[in-house]
Design a binder for this molecule. Sequence first.
Ligand code: PGA
Length: 247
Amino acid sequence: MTAPTPLIAGNWKMNGLTASLAEARAISEGVSGAKARVAICPPAVLIHQMSQALAGGPVLIGGQDAHTDESGAFTGDVSAEMLADAGASMVILGHSERRDGYRETDELVARKSLAALRAGLEPIVCVGETLEQRKAGQALEVVTGQVRASLPPELLGKAFAIAYEPVWAIGTGLTPSIDEIEEVHLAIRATLIEMFGDAADKAPILYGGSVKPANAAEILHAAEVGGALVGGASLKAADFLGIVRAL
Ligand code: PGA
């Protein structure tokens, strides 16, 4: 099995104004020699300007969500084609803040993944258990169930990534133990191989949830961890670069 190229993606969530492009430039200037592909997923309205500001540099740009349809009467939504047109090459889908806050189901996330493929974007599909589910011993069952139901068969042979983000670790400063992370990542890899065969070796499985420079090296070197999805610590170039350099 060939290890997939790691991916370290910053999820800016609903943070960032035009002035934040300076932070993105600092990230771009600092990532040379990185052992991972590095991406920033800013708010949709910044994608176009950021892709122009970072043009020709090493940093990839992604969206944080996409509608299932290419266009139409969906007030407030943004399509995968629009993200691609603005300069994105990837898109986060099924983040727990969307599953929870907008009632996104696995089935909807699978349809959004198809939309990403249609637009030529690499989907980063998020999965993760709640604290109640972990305490009830259901973490593996919940996460592998989400993987099975959120990834359409059409992803076979296409570039995609999974992000394992325990809901209770997001923005809380809490992280699972390395053993717990490895257990879930190994279960996700086994599920991907069941679904897609050997082609699944190429999909990186990112860890997300309170990744910071201080814990990045340990997490990034854990078994089957193929990078990180970073929220809060991706907003400051120094912190995000500290994570990138930990690999
Ligand atoms: P955090 O967020 O790094 O701030 O915990 C991660 C995420 O939600 O992707």
